[in-house]
Design a protein around this ligand. Structure first.
Ligand code: LRH
Length: 471
């Protein structure tokens, strides 16, 4: 045991953060060091990320973290899944594409023409999401010339340390990892003419990657060690879901709502494929059996449109308070409709869906927000029901972690619609999971501590808030 302090870099689709995590003697505490916005950037050839800007924020954040805590033991990096950068001559070539860019449409056609979806599912166990990395790679012009293709957290780690590695939980979201063995499916790569040379060696959460070098080391001021964590943000979040019951499900709710259960082995049945449930790789070889539901993206894009119209900021908590007292009945739309995926005029698109189904379009903004939140909750409830059925598991409680856990209206609506209690929090589950996997690697929980032990520490430090279903 013992304890100490580590840093977590956590990049979400709408914001990034650098945090300090203090662990030891039954204590688990997070402190925010830096926060910065993130989002799609429109370029000449489509939607990208401002990776260069994010990397600068990360290095500056680590500098500040080290300044505050010179005893810092290590840093772990996680981000949203599937997106990558290409490396040539040791440098990033161009800014990574954003998964909401439309070039993926052709990628899907090409992949499925060579490997039909049911065969893909047997091999990689992934739900169909049109932006899975495999669909992006087949339309990536630079792939043949690239030395390496690195997913976002691996790219950050590479630029910091020079170490080439693909962390396994996030690699599982590429579609190129064999769901049974956890190794790259080189036969699949070959069928799709994806050069095996761009795929780096796989590593596991808890593995040491290397120390900061070069400009990063100079700027941060220390040879800080980078440790692999569940570098897929959702994998880190699931580590920190304070589940105590074997019948517990989780919803990791930020931009997306990832709704599912944790299993020891993948479910590759026809029913799982038809329900579009995924078997993503979790920390310690667990399986994240879940479904992507469009989450707070619907609300943040709607707010963005209204704010552009008003020319001023709209207060979200105030809007949600007003939304909570809108009288029923509440019109619903399908939160997962593909027309809601790209950035744009979200209120108009939602209104279009409502009209097409014969529902009335809410006139006030609070009523509109209520329709959004209830539609997300309804999709959550459906996914929970399917997880139980297809995963052959009873579900009697659901944890909501991430930004969505602060949305009281969403938590209550989910409890009501799913008919089971919701346990909300922690809000920073992803950063906490990142911290805990590093802490365990340092032996602060005993080197063989199970995820259950880590989750007990979360439950003790961040007692969840309970919402019971109402009649
Ligand atoms: C959530 C997330 C999710 C992926 C999506 C691309 O941030 O990582 O698990 O499906 O982004």
């Amino acid at each position: 045991s013992g304890g100490g302090v580590v840093a977590a870099v956590d990049l979400g689709a709408t914001s990034g953060r650098v945090m300090l995590g203090y662990v030891g003697d039954g204590m688990l505490r997070l402190e925010s060091v830096a926060r910065f916005p993130n989002g799609p950037v429109v370029g000449d050839d489509g939607l990208h990320w401002d990776f260069t800007g994010l990397y600068r924020h990360i290095v500056e954040g680590l500098r500040e973290a080290y300044r505050r805590e010179p005893g810092l033991s290590s840093v772990g990096i996680d981000s949203w899944a599937v997106d990558y950068g290409l490396v040539e001559g040791g440098e990033l070539v161009g800014e990574p594409f954003h998964y909401r860019d439309e070039r993926i449409v052709q990628g899907v056609e090409r992949v499925h023409a060579t490997v039909p979806f049911d065969e893909l599912y047997r091999r990689n166990g992934l739900q169909f999401l049109p932006f899975n990395t495999v669909y992006q790679y087949v339309v990536e012009r630079g792939l043949d010339d690239a030395e390496l293709a690195l997913l976002v957290p691996d790219l950050v780690a590479y630029l910091l340390t020079g170490v080439r590695a693909a962390e396994r939980t996030n690699a599982s979201t590429t579609g190129l990892v064999d769901v049974r063995t956890g190794e790259w499916d080189l036969e699949l790569a070959e069928k799709l003419r994806i050069p095996a040379s761009v795929l780096p060696p796989l590593v596991d959460p808890g593995d040491e990657l290397g120390e900061l070098r070069g400009a990063a080391r100079e700027r941060v001021g220390a040879p800080l060690e980078v440790i692999a964590v569940g570098s897929h943000d959702t994998a880190s979040a699931v580590v920190a879901v304070p589940m105590t019951s074997p019948n517990a499900a989780y919803i990791s709710c930020g931009t997306w709502g990832l709704v599912g259960i944790e299993l020891d082995a993948p479910v590759l049945s026809d029913a799982a494929r038809e329900a579009n449930f995924t078997n993503e790789g979790g920390v310690d070889g667990r399986v994240r059996f879940l479904h992507n539901v469009t989450g707070l993206w619907l609300l943040s894009e709607t707010l963005r449109a209204w704010e552009a119209e008003e020319g001023e900021r709209i207060d979200l908590p105030e809007l949600l308070d007003a939304a909570a007292s809108v009288p029923g009945p509440i019109a619903l739309f399908d939160a997962n409709d593909p027309s809601l995926s790209a950035p744009g005029d979200m209120p108009a698109r939602i209104a279009e869906l409502l009209r097409a189904s014969g529902a009335a379009v809410p006139e006030s903004r609070p009523a509109f927000a209520r329709t959004i939140v209830e539609s997300i909750a309804a999709a959550f409830a459906r996914a929970l029901h399917t997880a139980a059925e297809v995963g052959e598991r009873e579900i009697d409680v659901v944890h909501i972690v991430g930004g969505g856990s602060l949305n009281r209206l969403l938590c209550q609506a989910t409890a009501d619609r799913a008919g089971i209690p919701v346990l909300a929090g922690p809000v920073e589950a992803t950063a906490i999971g990142n911290v805990l996997v590093q802490a365990r690697a340092h032996g602060w929980f005993g080197a063989d501590a199970s995820l259950e032990t880590l989750r007990e520490a979360v439950a003790a430090a961040f007692p969840p808030e309970r919402y019971d279903p109402r009649g």
